[in-house]
Design a protein around this ligand. Structure first.
Ligand SMILES: Cc1ncc(COP(=O)(O)O)c(C=O)c1O
Length: 424
């Protein structure tokens, strides 16, 4: 059987087979990409994101009806005087068919990532998260039984819940913030049998997230002119750019790549500063007083200190290629815009999604978009209040609670290795 896709490096253009490969085999500092043999997207009769399986790096699907939903907004569009506003929503909103029970687009990443590992690799996945990504991977673990090791900041442990009991999750909490969880996660991956999920470097995560643009484009009937999303790593923005390239290649949705309008939550705005400074890399001055800045934002899932910004094929390249723009949205702006959206559209939002709404309000006020064109607003999370009405939430108890600066050695290492041995 010919493979449905190949991987290619945008640094040296070498193409190669997938063995759960995260990096260019020639050593380029670049985000490798998928190239699918199917040029025209054929929507399949499968649930959730597997409708788009043609452009997912997996052979099989999961029986989960959890994908993005898109609709044309009336009320919020009218409020902003926008002629064509498409809302793409990833979360729980059964009245509109939204059935992502952990309430964020991180489940779009988790589903193909698990499958790709099963099909193309081996080992137990490790995820570091501020909360949403960890919860999404735990949910897929709960539904499929596949084991996972999740590291989160201790104060975000209450965000790790699932709607079915999870028996195969090793939850590790660490005192500190998202950056500390990422650092500890790196060490956890040195335990034999544990494999890094790879973040933005994982094509399954990017192509899974890219289904938001596919869904929004189908709802609009053409590629949108503008794409709005809040970013921390920027992976969703990169994914939207890559999905747009595929849709242009498809030939039925237009040739215009949507401009990426990406937002961060002020005062922690490293990518906004680098972009506005005309730089293709983030420098320390882009993150002044990082700890205090991170502690003060309302959307802490957006506080990644090492986003794939300057890497080839990363956020900077995506912004250049699409003539994009970045926004620094304050907590107050996000709250006000989020409340306006929720009041008019009828669903509660993740604080990160409220940041994206804030950037759209700002773009309209500043006149940085043409209100007559097609706008896609990516609501990356929401429905937390709504899901509590319909579903039980099972908290996951930490397997290990580690102090700030902990190292994965000695007894701690032994305990994690023992967990892997008994669950893999
Ligand atoms: C709800 C939500 N929106 C947006 C983001 C930003 O995603 P990214 O920067 O990976 O595209 C996150 C990240 O965790 C998130 O949880």
């Amino acid at each position: 059987m010919t493979e449905k896709y190949r991987l290619e490096c945008p640094g040296c253009w070498v193409s190669f087979d997938d063995h759960y490969t995260l990096d260019c085999p020639m050593g380029c500092r670049a985000l490798i990409r998928t190239y699918y043999h199917t040029r025209q997207l054929d929507i399949k009769e499968l649930p959730g994101i597997f409708r788009y399986i043609d452009w997912l790096p997996v052979e099989h699907s999961l029986p989960l009806d959890a994908g993005p939903i898109s609709y044309r907004s009336d009320a919020f569009a009218k409020e902003l005087d926008l002629a064509h506003l498409i809302v793409t929503f990833s979360g729980y909103w059964p009245e509109r068919g939204g059935n992502i029970l952990t309430c964020s687009f991180k489940e779009l990443e988790a589903q193909p990532t698990y499958l790709r590992l099963q099909e193309k690799g081996s080992g137990v996945l490790q995820i570091s998260s501020a909360g949403n990504t960890g919860r999404a991977f735990c949910q897929i673990s709960a539904l499929t039984g596949v084991p996972v090791v999740v590291v989160v900041p201790a104060e975000n442990a209450d965000r790790i819940w699932t709607t079915e009991k999870a028996e195969n999750v090793c939850l590790i909490t660490v005192e500190g913030d998202y950056t500390d969880a990422i650092e500890l996660g790196r060490q956890v991956c040195t335990v034999p049998g544990i494999i890094a999920e790879g973040g933005a470097r994982n094509v399954a995560r990017r192509d899974g997230m890219g289904t938001t643009l596919l869904d929004g484009t189908l709802a609009a009937g053409r590629l949108p002119d503008y794409y709005f999303q809040a970013v921390g790593s920027g992976t969703g923005g990169i994914a939207a750019w890559e999905a747009a390239e595929r849709l242009v290649g498809d030939g039925r949705f237009g040739t215009h790549r949507p401009e990426l309008h990406l937002s961060q939550n002020a005062p922690f705005i490293p990518m906004v500063r680098a972009w506005e400074g005309g730089r293709d890399r983030i420098v320390p001055a882009d993150m002044p007083d990082a700890e205090a800045a991170i502690a003060s934002v309302s959307a802490d899932v957006l506080t990644n200190r090492e986003p794939p910004y300057g890497v080839k094929g990363g956020v900077y390249d995506a912004l250049v290629a699409t003539a994009g723009k970045m926004y620094a949205v304050t907590n107050d702006e996000a709250r006000a815009a989020g409340a306006l959206f929720s009041g008019l559209e009828g669903i509660d939002l993740d604080p990160a999604a409220a940041v994206a709404v804030g950037s759209l309000v700002r773009a309209v006020e500043e006149g940085s978009i043409d209100p007559g064109k097609v706008v896609l607003l990516n609501i990356t999370g929401g429905g937390y209040d709504r899901v509590r009405e319909d579903h039980e939430q099972h908290r996951i108890e930490p397997f290990l609670r580690l102090p700030a600066g902990a190292r994965i050695e000695g007894e701690v290492r032994g305990e994690i290795a023992g967990w892997v041995a008994s669950h893999a």
